[in-house]
Design a binder for this molecule. Structure first.
Ligand SMILES: NC(=O)c1ccc[n+]([C@@H]2O[C@H](COP(=O)([O-])OP(=O)(O)OC[C@H]3O[C@@H](n4cnc5c(N)ncnc54)[C@H](O)[C@@H]3O)[C@@H](O)[C@H]2O)c1
Length: 355
């Protein structure tokens, strides 16, 4: 029998979205922006990316209350060439700036085949896959890059310098599942350590070093130390790549100067880099889609190694989780629901109810 605080309750996704929307509006976010943000967070919850969903509300609202994130800011879009635009996030929610940026990238790709948007002075935008999905919903391929606060040593280093910055991209398919890659360059995303801490769980010993540079299974000690990059120098290089394209190029913070989303002392100054590409530039859309379907079938139909029951396509596990959670609801621990309800009480909106 688990501790009462760790008991799991399933929440209806649309109830959750309304609840998150109301908290955001209660904290000074416009209804339009709150719709975007709550939708992105619940998309993460639905896909099983619990580390980057509604559970982030308390830390985001703390940033709003400390006045280091501007809930009412309107990002400013500038068209630079027919296929290039920039967004000054004006310290608004990262979700709002990135959504606007991808919308513009898609528009340019519809007209000219490709659209590139650089975003500065932004904030954490959560799970990258929602941006990839935004492009797929418009029939577009995409690249989605962001930088983030220091959490990872560069290869050979021992202190935090680069972010655990996810690299994401995607492409639509025909009748098969779309390709959605969304992966952080660490062995595990740092949000998974915060989740283990919240839930009183241990972490695998190869995820992070503690403050003294030793392997640890204790999430609190891991948060005092550094995450380990995936694939040694290769994960470290991918993280530097995210900083070049999202930080250096945009005019946002880079080289270890993005503020941690849990540090309420100053604005985050995150940068993002988005590209949308029309998939039928070199062949008919029908041919492209049938080639994507063939690729999917070849990948999942590949000969399996011992002990493997099923081969999954990138993003497929999350899409299966989404299908399940749309029916069964999204699981939250009682402690997580309580933390969210505390935010509801701060602004006097209706609490999330659990049976
Ligand atoms: N905004 C930020 O600053 C930030 C920072 C870090 C992470 N994140 C987000 O955190 C999330 C988690 O990242 P992560 O790297 O820990 O994800 P992950 O390790 O859970 O998954 C990474 C990828 O591997 C695929 N995958 C996992 N198991 C698989 C299997 N058995 N077969 C085939 N494919 C499989 C997934 O579908 C996914 O595409 C992402 O959504 C990311 O965008 C955001």
């Amino acid at each position: 029998m688990s501790e009462p605080s760790q008991q799991i309750h399933h929440i209806n996704p649309s109830d959750l979205e309304t609840f998150v929307h109301n908290i955001l509006v209660g904290n000074g976010v416009s209804k339009e922006h709150a719709t975007t943000i709550s939708n992105c967070l619940v998309q993460a919850d639905l896909r099983g990316v619990d580390t980057h969903g509604s559970n982030r509300i308390p830390s985001y609202m703390k940033r709003v209350r400390q006045k280091v994130l501007d809930p009412s800011a309107t990002p400013e879009l500038t068209q630079i060439t027919p296929v290039v635009a920039s967004v000054d996030g004006k310290n608004a929610f990262g979700f709002v700036s990135a959504h606007l940026g991808m919308e513009r990238a898609i528009g340019m790709a519809q007209d000219f085949g490709i659209g590139m948007v650089s975003i500065k002075h932004s904030n954490h935008f959560g799970m990258s896959a929602w941006l990839v999905q935004q492009a797929i919903d418009a029939g577009m391929m995409s690249l989605v890059f962001t930088n983030s606060s220091p959490a990872l040593p560069v290869w050979g280093g021992r202190s935090k310098l680069m972010g655990v910055s996810p690299i994401a991209c995607g492409a639509p398919a025909g009748t098969e599942r779309p390709f959605i890659l969304d992966m952080a360059p660490s062995i595990a995303a740092r949000g998974k350590i915060y989740k283990a801490l919240r839930r009183g769980e241990k972490i695998p010993t190869d995820w992070a070093l503690d403050g003294e540079g030793n392997l640890t299974d204790d999430p609190a000690r891991a948060l005092e130390g550094v995450m380990l990059p995936m694939g040694g120098p290769k994960g470290s290089a991918l993280s530097i790549m995210m900083d070049v394209f999202s930080g250096v190029l945009s005019g946002s913070a880079f080289a270890g100067h993005v503020t941690n989303p849990y540090d309420p002392s100053k604005p985050a100054d995150v940068g993002h880099f988005l590209i949308a590409i029309k998939p039928d530039l070199f062949m008919s859309l029908e041919d492209f889609k049938s080639r994507m379907d063939y690729l999917y079938q070849r990948v999942v139909g590949s000969e399996k190694m011992g002990g493997v029951e099923r081969i999954y396509y990138p993003g497929e596990i999350e899409q299966i989780t989404r299908d399940k959670r749309l029916v069964e609801g999204i699981p939250f621990t009682r402690a997580e629901i309580e933390a969210l309800n505390e935010e509801a009480e701060v602004v006097g909106v209706e609490r999330l109810r659990v049976e």
